[in-house]
Design a protein around this ligand. Structure first.
Ligand SMILES: Nc1nc2c(ncn2[C@@H]2O[C@H](COP(=O)(O)OP(=O)(O)O)[C@@H](O)[C@H]2O)c(=O)[nH]1
Ligand SMILES: [Mg+2]
Ligand SMILES: [Zn+2]
Ligand SMILES: [Zn+2]
Length: 275
């Protein structure tokens, strides 16, 4: 699977341009991660035997950068069609007057989702992974750099629709948020446990459709908590708005903590380093 083969890296595009259309040797200080000098990316991928270890190093750089700038980053993961983009568009509309926001969109092809986000007035960058089935921390680092992120902002990532390998890739996010819609069946947490284990919050979406389905909400909650007892679960309808305020409050609390955490790190600096 892709955690060991590094599939699709050469085809990755950011807003339609090759990930490495620029030369790493003259990118200046805005390119805040380093590649091994004199080694091409494709060769690096071949000689890098532990894709996840490499990913984790990039994720660490991303997380450091986000902490320094008090940016709260959420990684939204789900199967295709669960409602990630719909949730994001409604979330962005609810938050854009109170917080600076940016969005990174991941799909194999097209910039349709980035255009849906940009229609709200918020900046969005589309990553096309080609044959790749997940975002990795290296792509996200480049996308972060191109977005000119504001300090104290919220950065949302919509991952490639896939409940399998995005679970294994840390992007440097504060939390993975898994979206499961009620049309997908209650058994998905048991069938794709890694994702429900990796997530801190589950949004159960499309609850407006419950009257037409035999979906058992109590059962899906029991299955999800069997995999991850600490999982927060919020029932929502992105199109009708039910539960959305709870989700917005959860984001605001996390964003506030990110800012406060940064402020605390600043204030604990000793006034006189020698004391
Ligand atoms: N009934 C209903 N449909 C929804 C809801 N959220 C999303 N959808 C629909 O589900 C489909 C897929 O949504 P999209 O946001 O593109 O999913 P994504 O592939 O996860 O980004 C679209 O037709 C949406 O209108 C919801 O809360 N209720
Ligand atoms: Mg989408
Ligand atoms: Zn993958
Ligand atoms: Zn790079």
């Amino acid at each position: 699977m892709c955690t060991t083969c590094g599939c699709g890296t050469d085809q990755v595009q950011l807003n339609g341009k090759s990930l490495h259309h620029h030369d790493h040797d003259n990118t200046g200080d805005h390119h805040y991660h380093a590649h091994a000098p004199g080694v091409s990316t494709s060769r690096m991928v071949r000689i890098e035997r532990d894709i996840l270890a490499q990913n984790n190093r990039y994720a660490h750089e991303n997380r450091d950068y986000l902490a320094q700038h008090a940016i709260f980053m959420l990684n939204l993961v789900s199967s295709p069609g669960s409602g990630k983009t719909t949730v994001l568009v409604e979330t962005v509309k609810a938050l854009l007057h109170s917080l600076p926001i940016a969005v990174i969109e991941g799909d194999q092809q097209t910039d349709q989702d980035a255009r849906r986000i940009r229609a709200t007035g918020v900046p969005a960058l589309q990553i096309n992974t080609g044959k790749g089935c997940h975002l990795d921390a290296h792509m996200v680092g480049h996308a972060m750099q191109q977005l000119n992120l504001q300090d104290n902002s919220v950065l949302f990532i919509e991952n490639v629709g896939n409940l399998v390998c995005p679970a294994g890739f840390d992007l440097g996010e504060a939390h993975k948020v898994v979206i499961l819609s009620v049309t997908e069946g209650e058994d998905k947490p048991l069938k794709y446990p890694d994702m429900f284990h990796a997530a801190d919050l589950m949004l159960l979406n499309k609850c407006d459709l419950l009257p037409y389905l035999s979906f058992d909400v109590e059962r899906v909650i029991e299955y999800a908590r069997r995999i991850n007892p600490a999982l927060r679960i919020i029932q929502i309808s992105a199109v009708q708005g039910a539960g959305m305020q709870d989700w917005i409050n959860w984001i605001k609390t996390g964003h506030h903590a990110a800012i406060t955490d940064k402020a605390q790190k600043v204030t604990v600096q000793p006034m006189h380093p020698g004391d």
